[in-house]
Ligand binder design. Structure first.
Ligand code: C2E
Ligand code: MG
Ligand code: MG
Length: 696
């Protein structure tokens, strides 16, 4: 071991004793000890002042000072220098006192040998180094605490006493003498909601389960409000048993800010109602409760406001907002404590109603909602009433996931809407099956597009005067691997909704044009026949609509005036300018436009004037009614009259009988289509039909 020499100052007036010490220490070989000697306290203090030593060996009885006083003199001037006191047999009690006052150790003269002396010096140095480190860390801790403006607490668990620093009290607004030193003076102020957590964490730490005790909690301040604080502590062994001590940090502003953020994230800013996230959260809590308690039931009511859009459009968004706020206020007033009304977005709301015993409890709430919304609302001097269609789901239907419950309530709402305004509908099995079927259909449809399970059937269009085929309409069919051949009515809505129809539609256009072009080539007598292709709204509004059609013409080589696009009349009224522009472009290159299912939507005949169209197709429901309803006969007569005055052709759809054909001929329709002539046929059969060159 090659440690630095230890410098020891011996203060001893008895030359014999001094000599003995010198001898003991020189016998020590492992560590070099440099000994200096002073025979008076005064001299000793001088030496200490001149140069530092590592340790003092101090005889208490000297000519210039006696007993404890000797120690005090040295200790008060040089408190950090470790001291070992040497006494005679008789005044051991003084030595003990000196140790209490800060001496590291004492030795009894005559009972010392080399080993004991050296060990005592070593221990004294160790201890003093340790004390110094402790002092330092204490100082650092105090500085840190002061810097952090934390309060300090120190709890004697044995005596059940607690020290709370003035700063601790100040954080909470108390004066120093306003809080006692019993732990309850603290614990009684902890917010009841935080108390159990506080106790648990404290116990866990005291039982050694956590390294630190740490707990955020609210505590009663002097002003009667609760403040958020962070408490940290660590247990240690005190003189009389276990203690725990630590700090108290004021985290009130951070915490309230956090809570504000959390609140904002969970609420709708406009109406201040809980939002969808919070509702889903509460739903999952409620569902968990259903699993625990058999008798607990609740319901979800889902609704949107009928006519909200028209208020927004006619009175402006600010008024729309005010309507929503008013509705929110009324809904909130309607509910019992514990229920939740949430705004899910737009004009959609949902209610979680607790303690529903049977469906009639839920429908009663729906009735109350209807009553509330029926009451007029003043908006800018205008009186507005609104109404809602309410869909209801019940927890008793065995839901597991909150989302499913909302989704089904949404489905039920659509059912309610279809019944008319201010209705409600309870979700039931049938809706469930229907919803499931739709989902399955959607995924089947994606697969169908991928695997190209579609085919086209062709139905002849006949010139009424001659009874000859003048064109074919391409009609979409889906060859479903399990369900067989499906008609458009089985899947078109879903395809429209999911957007799949766009891709399917362009395929139909290409294939139908290709087929017709190939018949034109192979069967020369068909070269005047045109092909009609149905176009969906989605296709028509897509930006590349015109390009797509032109590219189909180009790729298949069919003459533009042998292509007829069948467009639903309702499209013309949604976005007339853009749509008309596109149609005019195609019309210019010769493509014909047919307006399908004419007469099914309430449209003004005047609009026909703006159409670059050649033809309208009168909906088959009028044709079906022609022969037994005078009213329908008159409607069709008028339609045909107007169309002809505008120079348009009329095609009658759905002619099934000879009588209908006669009626249609009498009315002056140029063309007709229907089962009377032929059902839609697969391409091969349609080819045979063409080859027969029928005349009806
Ligand atoms: P639509 O364009 O009005 O087609 C005429 C529908 O009436 C066809 O039904 C046809 O089979 C049916 N029909 C023809 N004659 C008679 C008859 O005498 N009596 C009766 N009861 N019905 C007759 P389909 O093929 O089921 O098509 C239904 C609708 O689906 C079509 O009505 C059309 O709007 C749409 N659709 C068909 N194919 C396509 C397509 O490729 N794309 C788009 N977007 N829609 C298509
Ligand atoms: Mg059609
Ligand atoms: Mg039609």
């Amino acid at each position: 071991m090659n440690a630095a020499p230890i410098k020891v100052l011996l203060i001893e007036d008895n030359p014999g004793d001094a000599h003995l010490v010198e001898r003991y220490l020189s016998g020590e070989s492992q560590t070099e000890i440099q000994l200096e000697h002073a025979n008076r306290v005064g001299l000793g203090l001088d030496t200490l002042a001149r140069k530092p030593v590592d340790l003092v060996l101090l005889d208490l009885n000297l000519p210039d000072s006696r007993g404890l006083e000797t120690f005090e003199k040295v200790h008060s001037s040089f408190p950090r220098v470790p001291k070992i006191v040497m006494t005679g047999q008789d005044d051991r009690s003084q030595a003990v006192e000196a140790v209490r006052q800060g001496a590291q150790d004492y030795l009894v003269k005559g009972k010392v040998d080399t080993e004991l002396l050296v060990r005592s010096i070593r221990y004294a140095l160790e201890r003093s180094r340790f004390d110094e480190r402790l002092r330092q860390s204490q100082r650092r801790f105090e500085l840190a605490v002061r810097g952090a403006k934390d309060g300090i607490w120190d709890w004697d668990l044995e005596k059940d006493e607690i020290y709370l620093s003035p700063r601790w009290k100040e954080i909470l607004g108390y004066a120093d003498d306003e809080v006692g030193n019993h732990p309850d003076d603290w614990l009684n102020k902890v917010h009841p909601a935080d108390f159990d957590g506080f106790k648990q964490k404290l116990a866990a730490h005291l039982e050694g389960e956590s390294e630190h005790f740490e707990c955020e909690h609210r505590i009663l301040g002097r002003d009667g409000d609760f403040r958020w604080v962070l408490v940290r502590g660590v247990s240690y062994s005190g003189e009389h048993g276990e203690r725990i001590a630590g700090s108290l940090t004021d985290i009130h502003s951070r915490k309230t800010h956090e809570q504000q953020l959390q609140h904002d994230a969970m609420h709708d800013l406009l109406t201040k109602l809980p939002n969808a996230a919070l509702l889903l959260d509460r739903l999952s809590v409620a569902l968990a409760q259903v699993r625990r308690r058999e008798d607990y039931k609740f319901a979800v009511l889902f609704f949107d406001l009928d006519r909200f859009k028209s208020v927004n459009d006619s009175l402006g968004h600010a008024m729309g907002d005010r309507l929503l706020v008013t509705v929110a206020r009324r809904l909130r007033a309607l509910l019992r404590p514990g229920d939740t009304v949430a705004r899910l977005g737009g004009d959609e709301f949902a209610i979680l109603a607790n303690g529903i015993q049977d469906p009639s409890d839920a429908t009663r709430i729906a009735d109350r909602i209807h009553d509330e919304l029926r009451r007029p609302i003043q908006l800018n001097g205008r009186e507005v009433t609104t109404s809602a269609s309410v869909g209801i789901t019940l927890s008793s239907d065995g839901y597991r996931r909150p989302k499913d419950m909302l989704r089904d309530a949404d489905t039920a709402m659509y059912r309610a809407k279809s019944l008319g305004r201010s209705r409600y509908a309870l979700f039931d099995e049938e809706m469930h099956h229907h919803a499931e079927e739709l989902l399955r259909l959607e995924s089947d449809l994606r697969e169908a597009v991928r695997a190209d399970q579609f085919e086209i059937h062709y139905q002849p269009v006949v010139t009424v005067r001659t009874g000859e085929v003048e064109g074919l309409e391409a009609l979409l069919r889906w060859r479903h691997p399990q369900r067989g051949l499906l008609m458009p009515e089985n899947f078109l809505d879903v395809a429209e909704e999911s957007g799949e129809i766009v891709q399917i539609g362009w395929r139909v256009l290409r294939e139908a044009c290709r087929q017709m072009a190939s018949w034109h080539q192979q069967l020369p007598f068909t070269e005047l026949l045109a092909i009609s292709v149905n176009i969906s709204d989605r296709q028509l509004i897509s930006i590349d609509f015109v390009d797509r059609v032109e590219s189909a013409l180009e790729k298949t080589g069919i003459h533009p005036n042998k292509l007829r696009l069948e467009i639903h009349e309702r499209l013309l009224f949604e976005d007339p300018d853009v749509t008309l522009g596109k149609l005019a472009q195609l019309s210019e290159v010769g493509v014909q436009l047919h307006f399908d299912d004419f007469g099914t939507s309430v449209s003004s005949l005047k609009r026909l004037l703006r159409l670059p169209s050649s033809t309208i197709k009168v909906d088959r429901h009028y044709i079906a009614a022609l022969t037994n309803s005078d009213e329908d006969l008159e409607i069709v007569r008028t339609l045909v009259g107007v169309a002809q005055n505008l120079g348009m052709q009329v095609i009658a759809e759905g002619v099934e009988t000879k009588e209908q054909l006669e009626a249609v001929r009498d009315l002056g329709c140029e063309c007709a289509q229907g089962f009377y002539f032929s059902r839609p046929l697969p391409a091969a059969e349609a080819r045979e039909l063409l080859l027969r060159r029928p005349r009806w």
